[in-house]
Design a protein around this ligand. Structure first.
Ligand SMILES: [Zn+2]
Length: 1024
């Protein structure tokens, strides 16, 4: 084989080499942390324990704060993506959403940083790789991560001040929690309505039936303490919360004595401790927070309950919309080994087509899929296990209960095959070795629940000890798992059977309940109360409209951003006649394989089936393996094998794009031959004929798509709005838009799938074809030539599939994969140079009470000189204008603007009480940009924010992928970087005028939302 390395990389690689030598000389973070001694005092803390965790390449240091009792865990690891998190045990006893509203309100300004919304402002003054806050059922967590040491200090200062010394102004409570306000705040005669960010967020959240069901299940399985209430807030209970109660909850829960700090990464622990002590903890004394959650008293007999939800117009079969599930209360999660065992047991019971519950519940096709809550859940003090189905007919509910009981008895009788247990432990090994970019955040969430109830977080990290103990337990008692099933399921009287069914008048009833609540609040108001409400509304509006002085906040400068990017060395070569990209990476003993297969010869009428083809091709069986055996082999030998659709825009021409599917898989180095053998069988002898199997897969895909709309509605709106704007837009809608949702619903409703079964092999012939394929391998340098040899033999095995198909279209152009070398293979792109965009306004009537709004504008591709300006413009418009209009004033959960790689500029809103008003907010945003009323500071902040995305860490598995898929090389990325740095005030005003002027701009609009009278009357809208 022939490998070529571009000369430009040779030079840059030397630089990298130097860096590496320098790094090796300094002591690594893990070694440095091993120097701490138990009992040692550091900045007000005492070291309790120092433990090396070689599995995860880290050293854990556990400390407590002397004066307050605050707990601290540091995980030292040679990873520059450092993380901080602080979590408080927040255990509400009512459903007013007090912990959730508090989570929002502490981010509205603090003692040292009194400006409004420092959190959102820091997004633009930092290079953070992650910033957020979460409210769980029993804790609230504030994490951030960054690769820059100065930035870490800045963010830590803002976070500490926010949680320990927030302003908690009454106005913040109104804005974030709830308030009564005139519908139009400037018109005192307009009706009074409820407003507030959390109020709307929770209305949106509970319009999702899956979320609603999960909430009911938790509340009813743990009925005696904090888990019986809604920590996020029950929309109609939120207006019972007062500002005083909020402040009280803060004083008792956000205290160091009730806090757990976690830091992760390669920055020195000592600096973190010093800053935390000086800026926060030294100002507190110890209290007894009294936030422990008592154990749930066990029931002496099982219980049953029933709830209702909104009917789902998109569900595959409208007569089958019931959910039923049985939930069992298990043991305390602080028992680490028991929790480990039960979560493995849960996977054995429900994961994959070989599991007993998949066989007994999914395959008979009684429902569309498992219930939204399924398996082991360790997020409450006592864990639970749930099993059930969604999408079932009412008359089948008894049958489902019987099957669940019977399956449990069968498991106790028969146990599990040894090979399945091995497959599961193999999966765990891969998960531990796989290098993710947000490892610190994963660790923080992994330990959060158990630690919250005083479990030992270090014990949780020592996973291989649990694995060894598990193997030992199985060896000593072959019925170890069966005994657990008997104890926790068969003999457990603390179990709840919860069913949910749709109710036609559900939305109506909810609206009526809200009206009644509103009426009760309003009827007691005097004239002077009303006057006060009106005035407060105006005050809030004025405060929201005032230009903000954020100068109190710390900030990085544009000059702190690295001027150049590190180069990823890639090598292109032809292996077995197929172009292959090789990328050497520290992958921890894993090999990552991808293949991109072109769609260019596929007839247009088959295209809607491609997503279905992708989701079933690795799940129907192949060669001598039926689908169960195939699934078993995939679990035993690989880290997963999947296929997805790809519509990839060209970086230089707007109406040029590549269409294809991407095959992805990974495996441990020792399993390379097995992984490629599985792919060979999929190429050579895939199974398509099992109609029963296909129906199961079709139903679960259709259900998944229908369920996804209520949480990704803005994505569907954006894709649809761009449908007629570029040549690729229509295919994007076909593959991943509302059209695909409707298409899959139709397929799921077909009584006979013969026609689909005949279609899949035709698609396979066009797509799994080495003649129009390219591959990529990421592996360690030591393993690369082995990987290459294995790939070569795979390509030999599938050579018979090589066919030169006639292209269906004439407008195909070729681009070399390696711009320096045209002989190494090419990408074949569709190029519609005469494409005519057209404007459409589409409204989808949906069964939810909130809207998802998008206006999408046709602009320019990645390499165009205006592209960088449009990226900065989108970011700046979001932070400086749209956020205030759409979220703060409009009450939507989110909204803004974003420049997309497909050459489209998107405006969008998320879970939005407004529809047409939001469209006019978008237009006002454009006017604001054109007016040029923004400062250099605003531009610099937008640049920082954009660079924190551009420079976000890339995992070893994904290095080189942008180049492989889109042909965007490191040189092109570097030019884009330089253009971003150079964007000026003048350019921003110019692009706003050039692309967004009415009459000139080419745009599409889409809204997903409830029935809307204004739009129905407007003939310019297409209502679906
Ligand atoms: Zn929230």
């Amino acid at each position: 084989m022939l490998r070529q390395t571009r000369s430009v990389f040779q030079k840059l690689r030397c630089l990298r080499g130097q860096q590496r030598t320098w790094r090796l000389k300094s002591t690594s973070a893990t070694e440095a942390a091993l120097q701490y001694q138990p009992g040692q005092k550091v900045h007000g803390f005492t070291v309790r324990e120092v433990v090396a965790v070689p599995d995860l390449f880290l050293t854990a240091v556990k400390l407590t704060h002397d004066k307050t009792g605050a707990q601290y865990l540091h995980a030292a690891r040679d990873d520059s993506n450092n993380l901080f998190s602080v979590q408080f045990r927040t255990t509400p006893m009512d459903s007013t959403g007090v912990p959730h509203i508090l989570e929002h309100t502490v981010l509205c300004g603090s003692e040292k940083y009194p400006c409004r919304d420092p959190f959102f402002k820091m997004l633009n003054r930092s290079l953070s790789t992650f910033m957020n806050a979460f409210t769980a059922s029993d804790y609230t967590m504030y994490p951030f991560s960054t690769q820059n040491a100065k930035d870490f200090q800045n963010l830590l200062s803002v976070y500490l001040d926010a949680v320990f010394f927030p302003c908690l102004r009454e106005q913040d409570f109104w804005q974030e929690g709830w308030r009564l306000e005139n519908e139009n705040p400037t018109d005192p005669s307009s009706p009074l309505v409820f407003k507030g960010v959390v109020f709307n967020e929770m209305k949106g959240a509970f319009s999702d039936s899956e979320r609603l069901y999960a909430q009911h299940l938790q509340n009813k399985l743990h009925p005696d303490h904090t888990y019986s209430v809604v920590s996020g807030g029950e929309p109609l209970a939120i207006p019972d919360l007062t500002w005083e109660q909020l402040k009280q909850f803060h004083a008792t829960h956000y205290h160091p004595s009730n806090a757990r700090f976690f830091t992760y990464g390669d920055l020195p622990l000592e600096n973190h401790l010093k800053q935390i002590q000086e800026e926060a903890l030294s100002r507190f004394d110890r209290i007894d927070p009294n936030t422990e959650v008592p154990s749930q008293p066990h029931w002496t007999s099982p219980r049953e309950d029933h709830v209702t939800c909104c009917p789902d117009a998109l569900s595959p079969d409208p007569t089958k919309q019931n959910t039923l599930c049985v939930s069992y209360l298990l043991g305390d999660i602080t028992d680490t080994f028991e929790g480990f065992t039960l979560s493995l047991l849960s996977s054995l019971m429900i994961s994959g087509p070989n599991s007993p519950f998949y066989k007994s519940l999914i395959e008979p096709k009684i429902g569309t899929d498992f219930s939204s809550v399924v398996g082991y859940d360790g997020s409450t003090k006592e864990a639970s296990f749930s099993i059930g189905l969604q999408g079932i007919a009412e008359e089948d509910t008894e049958r489902v209960k019987e099957i669940i009981n019977q399956t449990i008895s069968d498991i106790i009788e028969n146990g599990f095959e040894e090979e399945r247990i091995e497959a599961l432990l193999h999966k765990l090994e891969i998960q531990i070795k796989h290098q993710s970019t947000n490892f610190g955040l994963s660790l923080a969430s992994y330990i959060a629940s158990s630690w919250n109830h005083d479990g030992d977080p270090v014990e949780l990290l020592r996973i291989s000890e649990s694995v060894a103990k598990f193997r030992q337990a199985l060896k000593e008692n072959p019925r170890f798992l069966q005994d657990k099933v008997k104890h926790y399921f068969k003999e457990n009287t603390h179990r709840l059977t919860l069913s949910m069914s749709p109710e036609d008048a559900y939305l109506e009833k909810q609206a009526k309940a809200e009206e009644e609540k509103l009426h009760k609040k309003i009827e007691v108001l005097s004239d002077s109360d009303r006057k006060e409400i009106y005035e407060k509304g105006l005050e809030l509006l004025a405060a929201q409209s005032k230009t903000q002085d954020a100068s109190c906040l710390p900030a990085l400068r544009v000059s702190d951003i690295e001027p150049t990017i590190p180069i990823t060395p890639l090598e292109m070569s032809l292996t077995g006649g197929v172009p292959v990209q090789y990328c050497e990476q520290p992958t921890n003993g894993l090999v990552y394989f991808r293949a991109m297969c072109s769609l260019n010869s596929l007839p247009d009428n088959l295209k809607p089936y491609v997503p279905l083809f992708c989701s079933v091709i690795t799940k129907m069986g192949c060669g001598d393996l039926d689908y169960r055996q195939q699934a078993q082999q995939m679990e035993l030998r690989t880290g997963g094998m999947s296929v997805s659709t790809q519509v990839i825009p060209d970086s230089t021409q707007l109406d040029t794009f590549e269409q294809g599917i991407l095959l992805s898989s990974s495996c441990l180095e020792r399993n390379l031959p097995h992984m490629f053998e599985l792919w060979s069988e999929i190429f050579n002898r895939p199974h398509f004929n099992d109609e029963e199997r296909l129906r199961v897969l079709v139903m679960s895909s259709a259900q998944e798509l229908a369920n996804g709309i209520s949480h990704s509605g803005h994505m569907y709106a954006m894709i649809r709005a761009g449908r007629h704007l570029t040549a690729a837009g229509d295919l994007q809608e076909t593959f991943g838009g509302m059209e695909q949702v409707k298409f899959m619903k139709r397929i799921a409703e077909m009584s006979d799938l013969t026609q689909v079964i005949r279609t899949l092999p035709r698609i396979k012939k066009h797509l799994l074809n080495p003649a129009s394929m390219r591959c990529a391998v990421n592996a360690t340098p030591q393993k690369m030539s082995d990987a290459e040899a294995q790939l070569e033999s795979f390509l030999k095995d599938v050579a018979a599939n090589r066919k030169e198909h006639k292209r269906v279209r004439e407008d195909i152009i070729s681009k070399p994969l390696d711009p320096q070398d045209a002989s190494g293979g090419s990408r074949n792109l569709v190029s519609e140079q005469h494409f005519q965009p057209c404007q459409m306004k589409t409204y989808f009537e949906m069964p939810f009470p909130v809207n998802f709004v998008s206006e999408t504008v046709r602009t320019v591709p990645f390499s165009h000189q205006d592209y960088a300006s449009l990226c900065i413009l989108a970011r700046m418009m979001t932070a400086k204008f749209l956020h205030g209009e759409i979220r703060e004033k409009g009450g939507a959960y989110g909204g803004g603007a974003r420049m997309g790689g497909v050459g489209l500029f998107y405006f969008y809103s998320y879970r939005d009480p407004n529809s047409v008003q939001t469209l006019s907010a978008f237009h006002k945003g454009v006017d604001w940009a054109k007016s040029g009323c923004f400062t250099q500071q605003d531009i610099d902040e937008a640049k920082l924010s954009i660079f924190s995305t551009v420079d976000s860490p890339v995992a070893p598995a994904d290095k080189g992928m942008l180049s492989f898929l889109s042909g965007i090389t490191d040189e092109m990325k570097q030019s884009h970087r330089q253009r971003l740095f150079a964007v000026s005030h003048k350019q921003l005003v110019e692009v706003a005028e050039r692309y967004f002027t009415v009459g000139q701009k080419m745009f599409g609009v889409t809204i997903l939302g409830p029935e809307n009278e204004t739009i129905k009357k407007d003939p310019s809208w297409l209502v679906l």
